[in-house]
Ligand binder design. Structure first.
Ligand code: AMP
Ligand code: MG
Length: 690
């Protein structure tokens, strides 16, 4: 579980009230959870902001959510300043000092006077400078002419953050001085009222952490037409909420006791990478409607389809490296195919079709071959053209060379010949600007050809989905080892690993785990670390040794899916850390059927693919079966002489039947009397991507 639940980022302002209309350079705040930002909030002045912050903390505390609140101004000053003002090195004493000194109202405050007073007490020519008021303030220089700073200009953090401003400048573009002075009193009050922890000065054991952030550390330019501050708080909050708890705690463990630090400084790449991640799945993504006892297959699938979303990051890659990956955006054709009209055959080109009868045309001396730049056709002639050649200007019709006689510089052939015969129009396949490959498509051999032909150089794709495969059960022995009495070989893992590979994902072998809760917990932790999705088999029902469901139950995200399907006992679906877990039944037949029917399409969606619908065929049955009402059934089947045979035993432990079969016969919920010749739905394994 993430150490924090809600991530707030505030863009602070040291200026006066900005009025009722949302505008730049005001205070903006945004909350994000699990990679989803709320609408950024415009706060017209600090009084409004402080009230809003207090309300927000109250609400989050009442809801039991831990808050990381990031504010974009320095939480401390360069070394020595704190002692000079408060007699201690404790920056929080400085917060409280400013809290007692600063007077703040929407239209006026005493920040320049305070800056002047501090300067007068420390030499009179610094550390603060710049004054936005009309009146002069004794000791506060308007510019840097006579300026002298008794402290260092920047904190250590600022020297490492290109573009960061000094906290001594009180006015003008980029002035951070006013923001700190007008921000610390607010933080001091919030800290005291809520017992919030000020980072990095205090241990973060409170349920509210106040941290210093700086959106410009990682963000580039905002998209056109949006207010920069609003966009920055939203993007920063979103990125922070996507960091793994580990990464965040690494970023939070810094040693900057007096000056403070900028969160993420030195870890910019990691922050950027987090920002490219999709939102985390919500805890309720697997929650079925309450009260439903046996869920029909179609309802279970519809639920998965509408509640899941891609979980992998997107990246832009050269087309050559994109094969096997899934498009994260529709890909536009950069060039038409064909780019120019060309000839589909070897033959002779001329202008216009010809009527019935014999036609004779003088043959031009040039010829057009594939790759040649188009030439002009001399009026009234025909020209030799070869397959793939761009049509010479004037040619719109081609006659096949086999239908032509060439003598003494003339061709003759028999009509009729339609205008346009044997030619291909420019863009008749794809026009530049058309969508060549839609979003959610895995780039296979055909797509590779299309992208190449349409001049596409780069595509945005999803990272390959990593799927952890884990077997559970005290009875399991590694295939190939020696099995003792009472032990069986782990058959599910090789099966599921190969299934994942065939589906185009990256399998991560997490081995076997005993029926031991602590061991399974540790292995699930490792799996969530190494993979995006976890596929387990065994231990998924509600028995004493069903530890997968028991552990998922503890996370509060699990739903036991009682699907009206045979084979298949309950499926345990939940989230471990952030990774969706598909807890498949242990019986290999049930494990494969559930993996193909439920896990496969769900995992495809997690990988960014469009929901894959397996293609089935209605074929005559070659078997007898009396089927009861109330659940769907999947029988191991194969096609022979155009009819579907089924494996003689429906036993769910009969692994030989899986290898015997080429596909599944799918029988719907209704009762049925099936005899040879009855139409049944056969789905070949290839339709499931096997
Ligand atoms: P479970 O779901 O753990 O109660 O297991 C149901 C049945 O499937 C038991 O007979 C297990 O021995 C068997 N089983 C569980 N996991 C595997 C596996 N990985 N390979 C083969 N059989 C298994
Ligand atoms: Mg078991």
């Amino acid at each position: 579980m993430s150490a924090f639940d809600s991530f707030l980022v505030v863009d602070w302002s040291g200026g006066n009230d900005k009025g009722p209309r949302p505008c730049a350079d005001a205070i903006w705040a945004c909350v994000a959870r699990g990679g989803r930002s709320e609408e950024p909030l415009y706060l017209r002045n600090r009084q409004v902001a402080e009230t809003w912050l207090a309300d927000f903390f109250e609400t989050e505390r009442a809801a039991g959510r831990r808050v990381l609140a990031g504010l974009d101004f320095p939480f401390g000053y360069p070394t020595g300043f704190c002692r000079a003002l408060t007699g201690t090195d404790n920056p929080l004493a400085l917060w409280d000092w400013f809290e007692t000194q600063i007077e703040d109202a929407p239209e006026s405050n005493n920040r320049f006077d305070i800056a002047g007073r501090i300067n007068r007490e420390h030499g009179g020519r610094g550390p603060f400078w710049a004054n936005a008021l009309k009146r002069d303030i004794e000791g506060l220089p308007r510019n840097k002419q006579d300026y002298h700073n008794p402290f260092t200009d920047k904190r250590r953090a600022e020297t490492k953050a290109p573009g960061a401003f000094t906290c001594w400048q009180m006015a003008g573009a980029g002035a951070v001085g006013s923001q700190v002075m007008m921000g610390l009193p607010v933080l001091a009050r919030l800290r005291q009222r809520f017992g919030a922890a000020a980072w990095p000065f205090e241990p973060l054991d409170a349920d509210i952490a106040l941290v210093e952030v700086w959106p410009s550390l990682t963000l580039g330019k905002e998209p056109a037409g949006v207010i920069r501050d609003a966009w920055q708080v939203s993007e920063t909050a979103r990125a922070l909420s996507l960091l793994t708890p580990d990464a965040l705690s690494r970023m939070l463990s810094v040693d900057a006791p007096e000056e403070g630090w900028i969160l993420g400084l030195g870890c910019e790449e990691e922050l950027r990478a987090a920002a490219s991640l999709p939102p985390v799945l919500t805890n309720s993504c697997f929650a079925l409607p309450p009260g439903v006892h046996w869920t029909p297959v179609a309802d279970a699938l519809a639920h998965l389809r509408s509640n899941l979303a891609p979980v992998t990051a997107r990246k832009r890659v050269a087309v050559a490296s994109a094969t096997g990956l899934v498009t994260a955006e529709p890909v536009e054709a950069q060039r038409s195919n064909p780019p120019l009209p060309n000839t589909a055959v070897d033959g002779y080109g001329f202008t216009g079709g010809r009527e019935e009868g014999v036609h004779r045309l003088p043959l031009a001396t040039q010829r057009a071959a594939a790759g040649d730049a188009p030439v002009d056709l001399p009026q009234g002639t025909a020209m030799r053209v070869l397959t793939g050649a761009a049509l010479p200007a004037g040619v719109d019709t081609v006659v096949l060379q086999e239908d032509v006689t060439v003598t003494d510089g003339f061709i003759s052939f028999r009509g009729p010949v339609r205008t346009g015969s044997n030619t291909r129009k420019a863009g008749e396949d794809v026009v530049a600007g058309d969508i060549a490959v839609p979003q959610g498509q895995r780039i296979g051999a055909p797509e590779a050809a299309l992208l190449a032909a349409t001049g596409v150089q780069h595509v945005t794709v999803h990272d390959q989905l990593r799927v952890a495969v884990l077997s559970t059960g005290a009875e399991l022995v590694e295939a190939g080892d020696t099995a003792g009495d009472g032990q069986i070989f782990d058959a599910n893992r090789p099966m599921l690993l190969e299934l994942i590979r065939r589906m185009g994902h990256s399998p991560v072998d997490m081995g076997r785990v005993d029926d031991d809760r602590a061991a399974l917990r540790a292995r699930l932790d490792a799996a969530a670390e190494q993979a995006d999705v976890i596929l387990t088999s065994g231990g998924a029902s509600a028995g004493d040794e069903d530890h997968v469901s028991a552990l998922l139950e503890e996370t509060g995200t699990m739903t036991m899916w009682r699907i009206a399907v045979k084979p298949g006992r309950p499926l345990a679906l939940g989230l471990w850390d952030r990774a969706p877990v598909f807890g498949l039944p242990g019986n290999p037949v049930a494990a494969l059927v559930c993996a193909l029917v439920f896990a496969r399409p769900a995992i495809a969606v997690l990988a960014g693919e469009t929901w894959p619908e397996p293609q089935g065929f209605d074929v005559p049955a070659a078997f007898h079966k009396s089927k009861k009402e109330g659940r769907s059934e999947y029988l191991r089947a194969r096609l022979r002489n155009g009819a579907a045979e089924v494996f003689p035993s429906e036993g769910s432990g009969r692994i030989s039947g899986l290898a015997w079969a080429d596909g599944l016969v799918e029988l719907p919920m209704e009762a049925a009397e099936i005899a040879p010749g009855t139409s049944v739905r056969y789905i070949p394994f290839s339709s499931f991507g096997l």
